[in-house]
Design a protein around this ligand. Structure first.
Ligand code: NAI
Ligand code: NA
Length: 396
């Protein structure tokens, strides 16, 4: 069928298999163009189908010839109904890996469950023996706790005070004030349960117990800090508490990995348009101003540029891995540069519905958002009939 974008609120209901495939091919080409990295050999990526996780899988496979197992939670296609983009991305990744002679298998299911953990471990034992890198890149609004059975829902709220600031509806370009009432204790607990470090630690516990982590294995989870502008709703809000928890968990995991001389890291990444970030109030306005500023300075990056740089300039060099005073890897260094932040803060004050098209990169935001779903990708003929029912090769 001919597939077009169908928007509802902050989501797109359709996705384009050929566009998603081209996205994956473009990322692979980018990684190859940067040359080989003496990196990981056998990699598990949890959250491997979109965003930073997909970029991690591509960088491992096509930057270091690594065997990869990807875990994700995506919607399969049905006759006349497209799959979620991560499904098509993973189908394309598997195709490309096969052509390149690289081992790749995927598991589609709830990573928070014991079932998916066990299935993953069985697959590692059967095919790879031991793995040397575990990337933890889940972004989810809900988690059903495997022990208590309670379903937790995360919220994006400030803590303590009502927060009022500007936001943009990136579809219409309308800039308005948004007021968010503060969270309660339960909101914080739920958000930490979903996006904190407990599940990451459960994964590592399970992998250690099954003895499928190689000597010197590393695990990396992704976090975000951002500027003062978004602090109330991000880093000092409910999601920030979850990130505090995730970052603290890295130290606990590192202790557990001492026996195999392994280590857990958190990498703080740059703000980018993904399905997860477009749902957070205030962030899209910040991102559109940030993109404008960073593009003008020639330092803009997407997920693949960020992760390629993380692997080649932080994780896999002959030097020790550089970290900040809190033990975190910083690949948000260009976003957080003083000149960048000063300019964004100045633009923020002047941003209105009328000025934003000029001051910000609203167009870049919109096209990145559409790109997530495989639309607006150059080289793809959107008038052409495509088969929406695509299989993922190597799906367990
Ligand atoms: P994303 O939405 O693109 O990717 C989420 C991944 O998690 C997908 O592969 C999805 O299938 C998978 N997933 C979700 N729920 C699952 C479940 N129950 N079971 C199995 N898989 C599941 O998100 P993005 O933006 O790549 O986020 C990944 C991490 O990076 C998150 O921790 C996020 O906070 C962090 N991060 C994001 C930034 C941004 O601006 N987007 C900036 C810095 C960090
Ligand atoms: Na991801």
């Amino acid at each position: 069928m001919v597939i077009e974008p169908r928007m509802r609120g902050f989501i797109c209901l359709t996705s384009h298999p050929a566009g998603c495939e081209q996205n994956v091919i473009n990322q692979i080409e980018y990684v190859k163009s940067k040359g080989q990295i003496d990196g990981p050999k056998k990699v598990l990526v949890i959250g491997a189908s979109t965003g930073f996780g997909l970029a991690s899988r591509i960088t491992s496979a096509f930057g270091s010839n690594a065997s990869t197992i990807g875990v994700f939670f995506e919607k399969a296609p049905q006759e006349k109904k497209t799959a979620s983009p991560g499904w098509y991305n993973s189908a394309a990744f598997q195709d490309q890996a096969k052509k390149a002679g690289l081992y790749a298998k995927s598991i589609n299911g709830d990573a928070f469950s014991e079932e998916v953990k066990n299935k993953t471990i069985d697959l590692i034992k059967a095919d790879l023996g031991k793995i040397d890198l575990v990337i933890y890149s889940l972004a989810s609004p809900v988690r059903t706790h495997p022990v208590t059975g309670v379903t937790h829902r995360s919220v994006l709220k400030p803590i303590g005070n009502t927060f009022t600031n500007k936001t943009v509806d990136f579809h219409t370009g309308i800039v308005s004030d948004i007021t968010i009432t503060p969270s309660n204790e339960e909101d914080i607990e739920n958000t930490v349960a979903v996006m904190g470090g407990e599940d990451w630690e459960m994964w590592i516990d399970a992998l250690l117990k099954a003895d499928v982590l190689a000597e010197n294995a590393m695990t990396v989870a992704y976090s975000y800090i951002g500027p003062g502008l978004t602090e109330a709703v991000y880093r000092k809000g409910t999601i920030g508490r979850a990130k505090d928890h995730l970052e603290a968990t890295a130290f606990q995991i590192s202790d557990k990995l001492k026996g195999i001389h392994g280590k857990a890291y958190v990498s703080v990444n740059k703000a980018l348009v993904t399905q997860a970030s477009s749902a957070i109030p205030v962030i899209p306005l910040y991102i559109s101003l940030l993109y404008k500023t960073m593009k003008e300075k020639g330092i803009h990056e997407g997920c693949i540029e960020q992760i390629q740089r993380l692997f080649s300039e932080r994780l896999y060099t002959s030097q020790n891995i550089p970290t900040d005073e809190n033990g975190r890897i910083r690949i948000d260094d260009w976003e957080m540069r003083e000149d960048v932040q000063q300019e964004v803060a100045a633009l923020w004050l002047d941003a209105t519905t009328e000025t934003l098209p000029e001051l910000g990169d609203l167009q870049g935001y919109k096209s990145d958002f559409l790109n997530l779903f495989g639309f607006g990708i150059s080289g793809v003929d959107y008038a052409e009939d495509v088969n929406e029912v695509v299989e993922i090769e190597g799906l367990q």
